[in-house]
Design a protein around this ligand. Structure first.
Ligand code: OAK
Length: 808
């Protein structure tokens, strides 16, 4: 764009923007509120998306290409406005125009709600996959739930987590389009009856409760291209607003109850991460979006394929994201047989050939098992189909594979009056994959061992990835510009090209600019901290950061106890000097997870103690930032020096925060767990700091009933001291941490915190030494950026395409 074209574009935008502000506010431009400014900008951008969206759909219809539908109970998409503007390549115009109108671009962007339609890793990964697929120009669409209330907002009051209901729709959401014409009915409860009709045994499903599923579509825009895919979120509504018979009889409350019971299905996101909570309403949610999504997909497919379903599995792939949508198997069977009249055999062939499944955790407490009674009551027809799938599968194990009864029992879908949803997903899909090499190995050798023996060809592995557009290009603009100026812009769509950066590893002027960018990002985060927490942090200190859900296996406790030990060291050795450290934590605990909430309380108690003790001369500061979400992550990742990835080995399926930090030049301090292992391989041993037990060591301790934490305690005076401090009044007379003390000593420390303590403390000392050699530190940091290509979700999506969905 030359100078006069740019001028023209800015003027045109200004006029359109003024007009739009007046339209949305009904006020003249100068009187409109900040929210009106945001609304108007969002509308203009949605109009631009809209025409590309329509064109993309048309193109997909005209040029048939295998489509992938991703079913997930969570999509943690983050704010969209900035991402849209950047992907449309109009940021410069919009920013300049807005500033010339005397408005503030960033402040306007900050009016957008961050839709918290997910808990953590699993939901965010799906959002990265959507973005990458659109960027790669693939027909790939999401299917999920339109929660009225997303993940709770976290406040920290007196050091404790307090949950406040999220209300992301309070002011409306400008990026969704409600499509009532595409609504479908989802049926719950009811009875199944059999009757002979013309000599044929026929069944009838009666007295069910119909619920209306209404779709809301959100555009998923590809970066710097013309593709716009869809994320379809289903909302539950009563079929008729009022139950008229009750209303007419004057039972007003009953009529209203009917409405709110229907709406309850999509009212709230369950706030558990990696934990199964067997509530009936959750089962309703799972069936609701599975049934609505599949009904629509099949109807649409028939419209474009002469009503014939024979080729369905060659043209459509239904991806099951963890087990929450595992009812896709029996629901697809139901639709194909009951609605479309196919035989069991034909329906089964199409179902298995269409479905693929990813597992995202091996934690036993996360594995979904629904009581048979619950499923039978809520979904009687689906239960019948599951029973039959199970019966036929067990027969096959007996006859075709010659397994004995105990081997068969281990693989059954129905076990101890429960439906094992992981087993259901494996049996109904033709591909099963883990999300990092170690995790996939554990799936093959432990979790799904018996299945791997009979269906080895079904097992795959795809290491997770994250989108560099959200987590580097749009959030670390300083680093983006430096990279663009150094190696060109090709890396933005091929992250492997970042390897070229290594030619600057010895370049002093590059290093100076690079370090300055990190410092600027740290100042930005320090400002945020100052605004939200009662502490001032030094941007020249090491920013050592652990942000993720609070969970015992992620071991925020190890980090916290080490800080306490470091503090003790400084107190005992007043002459001791370390590189100043700022330890930053953020993350939500599930509201019902008492122990995780105690960990938050402990971190804040340590922060109080350390931050207010002048005798340690500000050498360490501790910060817990409230309400971690995608938007806060975008400020945090670019500012990190150290990325804490310290889960008990074998427990973290992959991790994706590790990748976001890496791309921004943080050095991983981690266990050999999940994708840390692949990060280690990519950057080389000299550019990462690892510590702790291996997953094999953890597993072997676990097999023999755990390790003896008391022995470690007895032989380690430093550990004795920190443990004592948990219960001796160090944190104030009334602030004890007895449950933490007990879990580590009395209950044998299931997550090996004390066992890995020394190794972790040594790793921390090593980091302290490394940071004092700026050249070496720069090279380590740059290597992390340069070798992050593997961890782009573009690569992950290409792997899925090639090996799982077979769309390449
Ligand atoms: C949440 C609920 C049930 C099952 C799994 C999860 C989940 O979030 N798992 C996480 O998935 C991420 C994406 O694959 C992984 O990176 C995390 O390691 C895993 O804990």
């Amino acid at each position: 764009m030359n100078k006069s074209e740019r001028f023209e574009a800015i003027e045109t935008f200004k006029n359109a923007y003024i007009q739009k502000i007046e339209e949305v506010s009904g006020e003249c431009f100068s009187e409109a509120s900040l929210f009106n400014q945001y609304e108007a900008l969002a509308e203009i951008i949605m109009e631009k998306n809209g025409s590309l969206w329509a064109k993309t759909s048309k193109q997909y219809d005209e040029i048939p290409h295998k489509r992938v539908y991703l079913f997930s109970i969570e999509f943690l998409i983050g704010r969209l406005l900035k991402a849209f503007i950047n992907s449309l390549e109009i940021e410069d115009i919009v920013k300049t125009a807005i500033s010339e109108l005397g408005l503030d671009y960033e402040t306007i962007l900050n009016k957008e709600a961050d839709p918290g339609l997910g808990n953590g890793g699993l939901g965010r990964l799906m959002a990265c996959f959507l973005e990458s697929s659109a960027t790669l120009g693939l027909p790939f669409h999401g299917n999920g739930i339109h929660y009225q209330h997303g993940l709770f907002e976290q406040k920290i009051i007196n050091g404790e987590q307090v949950e406040v209901a999220d209300n992301w729709l309070r002011h409306g959401y400008p990026f969704e389009i409600r499509k009532p014409n595409e609504s479908v009915i989802v049926k719950f409860y009811g009875d199944i009856h059999y009757d002979k009709i013309d000599g044929v045994l026929t069944f009838f499903y009666e007295n069910y409760e119909p619920i209306l599923a209404v779709p809301y579509d959100i555009p998923i825009k590809g970066y710097h291209n013309k593709t716009v895919n869809s994320l379809r979120l289903w909302s539950a509504e009563p079929v008729e607003d009022f139950d008229l018979p009750s209303f007419n009889q004057g039972q007003f409350m009953d009529a209203v109850r009917h409405k709110s019971e229907a709406e309850a299905i999509t009212q709230i996101l369950y706030p558990n991460d990696n934990k199964f909570d067997g509530k009936l309403l959750r089962l309703k949610q799972e069936y609701f979006f599975v049934s609505a999504g599949l009904q629509r997909i099949i109807t649409r497919y028939k419209r474009y394929n002469n009503k014939c379903l024979d080729e369905f599995s060659n043209k459509i792939c239904i991806h099951i994201n963890d087990t929450h949508p595992a009812l896709c198997g029996p629901e697809m069977m139901r639709i194909l047989m009951d609605d479309e009249g196919l035989s069991w055999m034909d329906a089964w062939r199409i179902t298995v050939n269409s479905l693929t499944f990813t597992n995202h955790t091996v934690l036993p407490e996360a594995l979904e098992k629904w009581p048979v009674d619950m499923l039978k009551l809520l979904l009687p027809r689906i239960y019948m189909i599951i029973e039959e799938i199970n019966r036929q599968f067990l027969d096959k194990l007996r006859i075709k594979y010659g397994l004995n009864e105990s081997e068969i029992a281990a693989l059954a879908i129905i076990q101890d009056e429960q439906i094992n949803m992981a087993n259901l997903a494996v049996v109904c899909s033709h591909s099963v994959n883990g999300v990092a090499a170690l995790h996939s190995k554990i799936l093959r050798e432990e979790t799904f061992r018996g299945y791997y023996q009979i269906f080895p060809e079904r097992f795959n592995s795809v290491t997770n990835g994250v989108t560099p557009r959200r987590f580097l290009i749009n959030s670390n603009t300083g680093l983006r510009d430096l990279i663009d100026a150094s190696i060109g812009t090709e890396w933005q769509s091929d992250l492997f090209a970042l390897e070229e950066l290594m030619k600057y590893a010895e370049d002093a002027s590059f290093m100076e600019k690079y370090d300055q960018i990190k410092l600027t990002n740290k100042i930005h985060l320090a400002d945020y901290i100052k605004k939200h927490n009662p502490v001032t942090v030094n941007p020249n200190s090491i920013f050592d950061i652990q942000v993720k859900r609070i969970h015992e296996y992620k071991r925020q406790l190890l980090n916290a106890l080490h800080i306490l030990d470091l503090y003790n060291h400084l107190k005992e050795n007043p002459q001791m000097e370390i590189v100043p450290h700022t330890f930053i934590f953020a993350g939500k605990a599930a509201p019902g997870y008492y122990f995780a909430k105690e960990i938050i309380r402990l971190i804040n108690a340590i922060a109080d103690l350390v931050n207010n003790d002048a005798s340690i001369k500000d050498q360490i500061k501790v910060v817990f930032l409230a309400n971690f979400n995608v938007t806060l992550g975008e400020i945090i990742y670019p500012a990190a020096n150290i990325s804490e990835q310290i889960s008990t080995a074998g427990k973290e399926a992959s991790g994706t925060g590790n990748m976001k930090f890496m791309m921004n030049g943080a050095i991983t301090l981690g266990t050999m767990d999940g994708a840390n292992i692949e990060i280690h391989e990519a950057v080389g041993d000299e550019n990462i700091v690892t510590f702790g037990l291996s997953s094999d060591e953890v597993a072997s301790f676990e097999k023999s009933g755990g390790y003896r934490s008391f022995e470690v305690f007895e032989n380690n005076a430093r550990i004795q001291k920190i443990m004592q401090q948990l219960i001796d009044g160090t944190f104030g007379n009334f602030s004890h941490f007895q449950s933490i003390y007990d879990s580590l000593l009395l209950y044998n420390d299931s997550y090996f915190v004390l066992k890995d303590f020394d190794s972790y403390a040594n790793a921390q000392r090593h980091i302290n030494d490394l940071y004092q050699c700026p050249d070496q530190w720069f090279r380590m940091s740059l290597s992390n950026v340069a070798y992050s290509g593997l961890f782009s979700s573009d690569r992950a999506i290409l792997d899925y395409q090639k090996n799982i969905w077979k769309t390449l």
